[in-house]
Design a protein around this ligand. Structure first.
Ligand SMILES: Cc1cc2nc3c(=O)[nH]c(=O)nc-3n(C[C@H](O)[C@H](O)[C@H](O)COP(=O)(O)OP(=O)(O)OC[C@H]3O[C@@H](n4cnc5c(N)ncnc54)[C@H](O)[C@@H]3O)c2cc1C
Length: 427
């Protein structure tokens, strides 16, 4: 943990405009109490305040302490499940509806960054690298379907040579370039959202862990030193929820995922590695993802575990995934290594909804949460203010319980992961 209360990450070391918000003491009242200061909670709070509501936001640690301040920062198009698979599950009409929501989610990020002048190094362009033969042809199929049926002409299939001209690795057989996907410095985006929320009148409290809440009317939310009475509660704790609400925990599994930041590579070497500063991820089940920082480091994410603790040597753990893609970085030292918890659902689709008439939640974005969590916060705010159209569409996604419930989901998950990572290695 670094001295400013954040994990010792590259993001914490380059945070812009951290502000120490007070801890909650005494009794407060509000229209809405938001629990959790990541993208879901910050966006819900900001949008609610803009809709004229009195809002209190309670964060157990620091703003962006959870996945939002630690993640890869890649902003993909569509849902975590691609549009062709969505069509197989839900038919074209619904798949198109979910695609349109995801496009609105991407726009919302661009609009927020512009509106509040958030300095978070937002960059356009993302490449998916195909790592195994059985996926060859998928980029072309998806790009054509999106152009023809989804009015999205911004994806292009690349052959091996073109892919290699963008990313200096021999591991990709093909690529899919999406010129309208993006990436950003996630902690700086979260801190910018918090500033905007504060300026819009949200009362933000850090180091204010909620121990329990009631959902009568008004609801009462308790921390160690204070309480909030509110007409509505928004649960935005995601993979850090722990025991606060077991009905949500059953449908979401926290998985640890890890990242490293290399030493600065210098502009030339960095550009040789990844041209045009596109964000990149591959097609592996346990995905490798990476991008360049504005000070020419490689930020690389790879590897996960399914227990409470982290591997003893996170640096070494992630470095081996980095060297599998970029063996030419053998000589490069690693300046930062960190991990965070991702909330995943059984089918990798977001879990957004209403637990009680006055209790809303968003979680389980399954590694696709930069835009989806931010958007979930917005549609939750819309629903609380009385316009539930987009919320209802998102909330209609079917999310099942993990086999084994909260007690036995981990052994089942480990077996499942072993199976999929073995499948990944077979051509
Ligand atoms: C290493 C890593 C890499 C990732 N990479 C990507 C990526 O490249 N692209 C992408 O789209 N997604 C990525 N994700 C996922 C993405 O970061 C998340 O989906 C998203 O940030 C979730 O936001 P959130 O607000 O729902 O949750 P979080 O950001 O986790 O916020 C939850 C907050 O709730 C607080 N909290 C918990 N309990 C309480 C309590 N009782 N009282 C008060 N506060 C509480 C926590 O302290 C935390 O700050 C990644 C995640 C990780 C961990």
């Amino acid at each position: 943990m670094s001295s400013n209360g954040y994990p010792d990450s590259y993001y914490a070391a380059t945070a812009i405009g951290t502000h120490e918000y007070p801890a909650l003491t005494g009794a407060e009242q509000a229209d809405v109490c938001v629990i959790g200061g990541g993208f879901t909670g910050l966006s819900a709070a900001l949008n609610l305040a803009e809709l004229g509501m009195q809002v209190v936001l309670l964060e157990a640690e620091r703003i962006g302490f959870g996945a939002s301040g630690r993640c890869g920062g890649l902003i993909g198009s569509g849902q975590r499940m691609d549009a062709l698979e969505m069509e197989d599950h839900f038919g074209f009409e619904r798949s198109r509806q979910f695609w349109d929501l995801a496009e609105a989610a991407k726009s919302e990020i661009r609009d927020r960054v512009a509106k509040h002048d958030i300095n978070c190094d937002l960059q356009r362009g993302q490449l998916v690298g195909v790592h195994k033969k059985s996926y060859v042809g998928w980029p072309q199929q998806l790009a054509v379907a999106l152009a023809e049926r989804y009015d999205y002409p911004h994806m292009r299939a690349l052959d091996r040579e073109e892919t290699r001209s963008l990313v200096a690795t021999d591991t990709f057989i093909e690529g899919l370039l999406d010129s309208e996907a993006a990436h950003l410095h996630p902690l700086n985006f979260a801190l910018g959202l918090a500033r905007a929320a504060r300026d819009a009148g949200v009362r933000i409290y850090e180091n204010s862990r909620v121990s329990t809440y009631t959902h009568k009317d008004p609801a009462e939310v308790y921390t160690g030193n204070g309480s909030v009475k509110a007409s509505f509660v928004v649960l935005a704790c995601n993979a850090y929820l722990e025991k606060l609400e077991s009905r949500l925990a059953r449908k979401m599994m926290p998985i640890n995922n890890f990242m490293i930041a290399t030493e600065p590579l210098g502009e030339e070497r960095a550009r040789e590695l990844i041209a045009e500063r596109v964000g990149v991820h591959d097609t592996r089940f346990v995905v490798d993802y990476f991008r360049l920082s504005d000070d020419h480091r490689l930020l690389f994410g790879g590897g996960e575990n399914y227990r409470r603790g982290y591997p003893r040597d996170v640096r070494g753990f992630v470095r081996k995934y980095m060297l599998r893609i970029f063996p030419q970085l053998e000589d490069v030292s690693i300046d930062y290594a960190w991990g965070g918890a991702v909330g995943v659902t059984v089918n990798r689709l977001p879990h957004v909804g209403r637990l009680k008439p006055n209790v809303f939640f968003g979680q389980g974005y399954s590694g696709h949460g930069v835009s989806t969590a931010n958007f979930a916060g917005k549609v939750i705010a819309e629903a609380i203010a009385g316009t539930a159209g987009r919320f209802d569409v998102l909330a209609s996604l079917p999310i099942h319980m993990f086999p084994g419930g909260t007690l036995f989901r981990y052994p089942g998950m480990v077996l499942g992961m072993l199976y999929y990572s073995l499948k990944d290695r077979l051509g």
